[in-house]
Design a protein around this ligand. Structure first.
Ligand code: FE
Length: 167
């Protein structure tokens, strides 16, 4: 009996350790994910809503767009990296950020290519390339081919999908 209790105790500790790695949610913008772990992050609508602010949810989970010149980072000139607000994956760095004049943070390339996915977006009769976080499928913004050298690309990203980490 005593042995059985010990086994249950160990199991309970292991399970709680496990679940604290997979869930976040002590409030908006808190995460416990490993930023280098590329394992897919899947959460329910309820869990995303508990983690994100209303605007972050609308943008990342429902492919919304924040109003130009209203986001936190369109004019941010500090050195650092921009991570997914949902799952903390590194997406862009300040080194590739440029002044686009659009009112949204703009980058000419992702920090790590495989972290930013591309999807065809034909909504509203436009043919655009939607960009998403490959780990949690968060909508980030769109990519256009009118960016500066060296890539000629412009990743037009919603501040609400990003979390900036200063160097
Ligand atoms: Fe993500």
């Amino acid at each position: 009996m005593k042995n059985l209790l010990i086994v249950f105790g160990v199991l309970a500790i292991a399970m709680s350790a496990c679940s604290s790695n997979l869930t976040s949610s002590t409030g908006a913008n808190s995460f416990e994910f490993d930023p280098t772990d590329t394992m897919k992050v899947v959460k329910t609508e309820k869990e995303w809503r508990a983690q994100l602010t209303h605007e972050q949810y609308e943008v990342t989970r429902e492919a919304g767009t924040e109003r130009a010149f209203t986001g936190e980072y369109w004019d941010n000139k500090e050195k650092g990296s921009y991570h997914c607000v949902c799952c903390d994956l590194e997406l862009f760095t300040s080194g590739t950020k440029f002044k686009s004049g659009t009112g949204w943070p703009s980058f000419y390339e992702p920090a790590i290519a495989q972290n930013v996915g591309e999807l065809v977006d034909n909504k509203y009769g436009w043919n655009r390339t939607e960009v998403v976080c490959t780990r949690c499928d968060a909508h980030l913004g769109h990519m256009f081919d009118d960016g500066p050298e060296p890539t000629g690309l412009r990743y037009c990203i919603n501040s609400a999908s990003l979390k900036f980490k200063k160097d």
